[in-house]
Design a protein around this ligand. Structure first.
Ligand SMILES: Nc1ncnc2c1ncn2[C@@H]1O[C@H](COP(=O)(O)OP(=O)(O)OP(=O)(O)O)[C@@H](O)[C@H]1O
Length: 231
């Protein structure tokens, strides 16, 4: 269970509050206007940016004081998820260890993760030798080997076309179901939320609102969401 308790986030004159829980295994889309604070909220949960007040708890334990790498979190960003000078196997292995030499067991895990995302045999290639969709798959393989129970995705598929994006979302949904992880995914596209998310956290007007059932919310959007959707 992820518990955002009276979180108070400030960044210059920007302020965002969040006070809600996310159930284990939930798939949550984080929607809201540009600049509303979606990325900032994920950064605070991941430990890249400190909150001014309140607490982020996982299974009842506060995460403050834990460096990002020690949190139960794996995060994918909009871009820059892969190091261009390292091959795909090394990029994925970084989810396990910074060491250059892998144990046979670690090599197996990397190969299994690559196979699971449909990239068996792509390990020796550099990221530039992969298509955009394949690069997204490789980045997913890295968070797969990390085996963290909380996945934070900050619009990682925004640069992909609609068909490929749908395919990646389905893959994420399948991986989340297989691992039982909890997913928070920032998106600008309500159809992404419909496709993958059971719930929506709407971020607007200085508040990250508690998760609400996605379908009901999109079918009958409250005023703030209607404004954002442009209806
Ligand atoms: N380094 C910074 N210093 C001060 N304010 C910042 C800084 N970085 C971001 N902000 C402000 O924090 C607010 C939240 O930004 P954030 O990137 O979290 O929004 P977002 O909802 O993810 O937007 P987008 O959908 O455009 O990515 C914005 O109003 C932004 O101007």
């Amino acid at each position: 269970m992820l518990d955002l308790r009276s979180l108070d986030i400030r960044q210059g004159s920007f302020r965002l509050r969040a006070d809600f829980r996310v159930a284990p295994g939930a798939k949550v889309a984080v929607l809201g206007p540009s600049g509303a604070g979606k990325s900032t909220l994920l950064s605070v949960i991941a430990g890249f940016f400190p909150a001014q007040g309140g607490s982020v708890l996982w299974q009842g334990q506060p995460l403050e004081g834990l460096a990002p790498g020690r949190r139960p979190v794996a995060m994918l960003f909009q871009d820059g998820n892969l190091f261009p000078h390292l091959d795909i196997a090394r990029n994925v292995a970084l989810g396990l260890t910074p060491a250059r030499r892998l144990t046979p067991a670690q090599r197996d895990r990397v190969a299994q993760a690559l196979a699971r995302v449909g990239l068996a045999g792509f390990g020796p290639r550099r990221p530039a030798e992969l298509s955009g969709g394949q690069q997204s798959r490789a980045a997913l393989a890295r968070i797969l080997v990390q085996e963290r129970p909380l996945l934070l995705l900050d619009e990682p598929f925004a640069a992909l076309g609609p068909a490929l994006r749908a395919e990646m979302l389905d893959l994420v949904a399948a991986l989340v179901e297989e691992t039982g992880a909890t997913l928070l995914m920032v998106s600008h596209a309500p159809e992404d939320a419909r496709r993958i998310a059971g719930e929506i956290v709407l971020v607007e007007g200085g508040t990250a609102h508690p998760p609400a059932p996605a379908r009901a919310l999109l079918d009958n959007p409250p005023e703030a969401l209607r404004r954002y959707l442009g209806d």
